[in-house]
Every structure is written in C-alpha cells, then in structure tokens.
Write a new protein. Structure first.
Length: 635
C-alpha cells in the first residue's frame, strides 16, 4: 500500500504547478488587495501582505501551520468566502494558498433591521442561538434557490422533532426558509434529520462517503434510516472494513433509524461493543454525530469501533458540531469531508489526510477542534485501482503498478471517461483553464467535457434560456444543454419570459403521495421515490389546479382520457436538472388539463445515457409558477 512521502504529495510536479496557478488566479480575481495583520508565533505572512486583514494562525502539526481568514461583511459571516495560507514550519515555505471570494457583494452590509433577539422570537419555541449570515449561492446547507440576497439570521432550534436551522431575513423579519441542520448531541448510513414525523436525511454527505469508499476499493451501499438489525449486520460483518455514520447523537448513542414513522431508534456504544466482540475491529470509522468523537475513552463509539486498539485502526468524527463555535465549520463540512477522502484516496495516511483537510478548511480546526482523530497515525487505507495515464493512454491500474510503469495515477477516478489524460475546459470562477478532469476536480472547478479548449466567454456569467425557464449560469453550461445564451444578462428582468410570473409556489417535502384534500388552487409537486437505485423508475406526481378567472387557458385535447375541470393549462413544463442547474431531461412540455398527473423518469438524460450518482432536481412550471423537488440517484 503506497504512503505519501510528505505534505506536498499528490500529482506530479508539473500538474501541481498548474494547479497552484489556478488557485492564484481565483485568489487574485476575487481578493483584491487583502492583507494581514497578525502577531503570531511564526509570522510567515509578513512578506506576502502588508495591509491589515485579521488572520488566525493555527498549528496543524509539527510541520504545518496555516493562516485562516473568514470573510465578514460587517457582523455577517460571508458563507464559503475565505483565504488560507499553508506554510512548512521548518523552512517557512509557502505550500499552498486557497481562496474563495465573491465579487458580487456590496461594499457594506445592507441594513439589518431585525436583531438577533427578535430573530430568536420569530423562529419560535426552542430557539437557542442566531448567527448573521450572507448565504452563498453554492451553499451546501441552504438548499432553497435562489438563495436569499439579504443577510439572514441562521437560527438553531431544538424541539421534540429534533434540531432545525431557520433562516430569518434580517431586513424584513420574514422566514426565508429552512437550512439543513447539523447532527445533534464500506457502510454509509444516515439517520433522520427530523422526528415526529421522521423526515429527510444527510444524503449528500452519506453518498459522498460511499462514493469515495468505492473509489478506494470498498464496495459500499448507502442506507437511509437503517433499522437496528441493519446496523448490527454491518458492524458484525468482517467484510465491511470502513464505516460511516451521520445521525443525531453523541459518543455514546446515535439516532440511526425511525420507529413507526415518528420516533428515533437508537444505536449505543454498548450495542457496538457487543456486536463487534466476535468480529474484527473496523479499519476506518467516521463518527458524524454532533458529539460522536468528543471522547475516545472506554465505552465511547471511537473506542468500541477500534476495540480499544491504536494500531491499524482509526476513527474520525465531529465534536460540538451543533454548537455556535462550530457553525462556520458545519457550512464547510461537506467540502472538508470531500477533501479528507481525496487525500486518503491519494494513498496518504489517514492522520496526514486529516491534518491537511484541517489546513484546507481551518474553520474546523483551531481552538474549537470541531473535527477530531483517534487511532494509528501511520495507517493508510486506499487499496483501489484507478485511472492511470501512460503518456496519453488511459489504463485502469493499481497505484503501485501505475507508478512502477512510470505512469500518473488518478485516485477517485474509477474509469477513463472522461479521459484523465486529456485536457478540457475548466471554469474556476470566471477564469477558464485547460485542465484534465482530476486537476479540475482538485481545484474545485466546473469541467466541460464537450469543450476541448477555452473560449473567451466560456466561463462568463449570463442568462441561459430553456424556452421559458431562465437560469443564471455560464456559457459552458448553457450551450451543451441546448439552452439559448444571453451574455452579461441576468434573470431579473427575465429575458426568457413572455409575461410576468405570479411568483413561486410552495416547495413540498417528498416521499408520500399528494393529498388532494388540501388547497385546490395551488399547484403541487412530489417525488414518490426520492431515492432510487440503478435503473429503477422515479415516480413524479403533480397536481395542477383549474385555471382561475383571468388566466389564459388552452382547450382540452381531443381524446385525452384525463378529466379536465376547465380548459387546459397552456404551458406546463416538467424538467430534470443536475446540481449545477443544467438541463438533463424534459419530461413534459405543453398544455395539460387540471388534475393529478404522474410521470416516470428512468434516470437517463436526453441522449438515453444513464446519469451518474448524485443529487438532481425536478422542476415544475405551470401558470407562471414554479415548484422544485430533490431526488437522489444511486448507481
């Protein structure tokens, strides 16, 4: 098993220099003029910045120190905007600079007319704390789109139904929506986020872990709301060496399942101790409960999954993730996890990967220690074959065989499509670089396999029209999806609409058939199969109300067996989109009569190709209103 030689491991030096250029381009384009004002132990930044900007110095290990600046606008945290420098302590050498800096923000914070105390009152019973936030358009925890433009109070509440995060608009006091709450107090499992009734799960986190486990050679299935017997089978199995959980709980118990659709089903550390007694210790365990890794002593989950050993076994997990000191870390938690597994897949020892992920996202390190480690600091767990470039030819080889052949190995890329030995257009913010898929992923860019080279406007922002649907994206995402591109134009005013829209309709939770006894004047959309595996059809239901007085209607089509309460609704469109907003498939486009309708999506795009594992969005537009529901495809 290959181990990394040092902190600068990874791709060959030529590719590293190209990536460093990519990161610098992002930093230079967004962070105009930021400097540093720190009185720290090492003061490595003195030669880089002269202007004052507060940085936190965090010593990650004996050999690595980072300087972290979390961007603020007034009292508001600018979500996902930061600057990080990483230095080698012995030499003072700059290892890496990472930056994300939005260019579309005002110079000063818009007026905040709602206080934190008032926001707590608006959120209601059980509200515990509030943090002023400018939501990122790329937010992982805020899923409503478009995201609120005003600063919002992010309010954490705890009630009988579990922990929740509410967004309260700080300008007008309106509730802007809900955010994904952190867990409170290969197998990859995720428990319910809410109880009474049970609903939702941390799908993106669990699927990300499973995807990385598979790429490292551990066949893994995501399990949502597992019953206790399901957890027991996976803990006892000697075939399952890597284990991931994300559920409400602490280091003694977590809420893995749901009883009778209402209450939590618990797994305790004593259960794990009994189940694993006759089996091997786990090679790797991720404890994603809020306080899952707060203790590594006897009777904790960390201790029991390791069977008390610190050799050839590790646990990583959260501590205090639902507390105010870790709220910024939670907004980075999926990116932190992705970076951790990326380094592990490179063949790095898990401890070294853990330290480097903390260096990349210091909000999770420092004095708060929201992420913690226990076990063997020398253990590396990557064992998979991956894509290997021998010159311009891609082959599937193990790490050792690839290196022995003089090739370049790409962990996390299980096949040769897209070809890692070729370069494509990759958008890093508004900058376009020609990179291979691995380097583009490493730089957190957007890859366009349809484009072999960058054009001047490939990454330029603008509006993309899919008939009457407007999306603010970039040209490289619009044209391959069949959209009409409007350079330098935004969706307000809407360049795609023929008339003004009455506004969005409510977005419903999914999983249960529509209740037609409700409001008969409101269009509604629901995904009956929000999590589908392989080629299983995804059933989608929509209720279309009768056209109201004053609204234009279309005649019912002759021979249509579906009942029509009045003339048909003239422009009904049902589409599937990926997480970047790109059109994947159109399921309906044209007039439909009012009433209940159902479609099936086979998990394929417009070309008949099976889409990849990931989160997708179903969008319904009818009578100028819109509803969006989320679904997860698992291959």
């Amino acid at each position: 098993m290959r181990r990394a030689d040092g902190l600068a491991g990874g791709p060959a030096s030529g590719r590293k220099s190209r990536l460093l250029l990519a990161f610098l381009l992002i930093a230079l384009s967004g962070a105009a003029g930021p400097g540093v004002s720190v009185a720290q132990e090492f003061d490595f930044l003195a030669s880089i910045h002269a202007e004052p900007l507060p940085f936190q110095e965090i010593r990650i290990s004996d050999s690595l120190v980072v300087y972290f600046h979390q961007r603020m606008l007034g009292d508001a945290v600018v979500e996902k905007d930061y600057i990080v420098y990483q230095f080698e302590i012995e030499t003072g050498r700059l290892i890496e600079r990472r930056s994300h800096w939005r260019e579309d923000l005002p110079v000063s914070l818009p007026p905040v007319r709602v206080t934190a105390t008032e926001a707590l009152g608006i959120a209601g019973k059980g509200a515990e704390w509030a943090r002023l936030l400018l939501v990122s358009p790329e937010s992982d925890i805020v899923t409503i789109r478009p995201v609120p433009q005003n600063p919002c109070w992010l309010v954490k509440s705890v009630a009988d139904g579990g922990a929740s995060l509410t967004l309260v608009d700080a300008a007008n006091g309106e509730v802007a929506g809900e955010a994904i709450a952190p867990p409170a107090a290969g197998s990859s499992l995720t428990g319910p986020i809410y109880f009474r009734p049970c609903s939702d799960a941390w799908h993106a986190w669990a699927e990300n872990a499973a995807s990385w486990f598979r790429s490292m050679g551990y066949p893994t299935q995501v399990i949502v709301w597992p019953a206790q017997n399901d957890v027991m089978e996976r803990v006892q199995s000697n075939d399952i060496l890597v284990f991931y959980e994300l559920a409400h709980g602490d280091f003694l118990s977590f809420q893995s399942g749901c009883r009778d659709g209402e209450t939590a089903e618990y797994t305790t550390s004593e259960d794990v101790r009994d189940w694993i007694a006759g089996s091997y210790k786990k090679l790797f365990t991720f404890l994603g409960s809020c306080d899952g890794q707060c203790s590594a002593s006897s009777n904790s989950f960390s201790y029991e999954f390791r069977k008390g050993s610190r050799e050839n076994t590790v646990t990583i997990g959260y501590c205090g993730m639902s507390e105010p000191q870790c709220d910024i870390c939670w907004s980075y938690s999926l990116e932190w996890q992705n970076r951790l597994f990326w380094y592990v897949a490179l063949g790095w020892p898990v401890r070294q990967a853990f330290d480097r992920a903390n260096a990349d996202y210091p909000a999770c390190s420092g004095e708060n220690h929201c992420m913690r480690f226990a076990g063997d600091p020398e253990l590396a767990i990557a064992q998979a074959e991956g894509a290997c470039c021998l010159g311009s030819v891609c082959s599937i080889l193990s790490t050792d065989d690839c290196v022995a052949s003089g090739g370049e190995w790409f962990p996390g890329i299980a096949g040769c499509e897209p070809d890692p030995c070729r370069e494509y257009a990759c958008c890093l913010g508004s900058n376009c670089l020609s990179l291979n898929p691995f380097d583009c992923m490493r730089a957190e860019g957007m890859l366009f396999t349809e484009l072999d080279a960058c054009a001047p406007s490939t990454c330029a922002p603008g509006a993309c029209c899919h008939e009457a649907i407007c999306e603010e994206t970039i040209e490289g995402a619009c044209l391959p999806a069949g959209g009409v591109w409007h350079a330098g134009v935004l969706c307000e005013p809407d360049p795609c609409a023929s008339s003004s829209a009455p506004g969005p309709i409510e977005n419903l939770s999914h999983g249960e058939a529509l209740d037609l006894a409700g409001d008969a004047q409101t269009p509604r959309l629901v995904i009956l199969d929000p999590i589908a595996h392989g080629s299983s059809p995804r059933r989608i239901q929509a209720f279309l109300p009768a056209v109201r007085d004053g609204e234009e209607s279309a005649p019912a089509r002759p021979g249509d067996s579906r009942s029509a309460q009045s003339g048909s609704i003239p422009a009904v469109r049902l589409t599937i989109h990926d997480v970047m907003g790109r059109l994947v498939r159109c399921l309906a486009d044209g007039p439909l009569p009012p009433g209940l309708h159902e479609w099936q999506w086979d998990g394929r795009n417009a070309r008949g190709e099976a889409v990849r594992t990931g989160v997708y969005f179903c969008r319904l537009t009818a009578s100028g209103r819109e509803s969006i529901a989320e679904l997860l495809v698992v291959r």
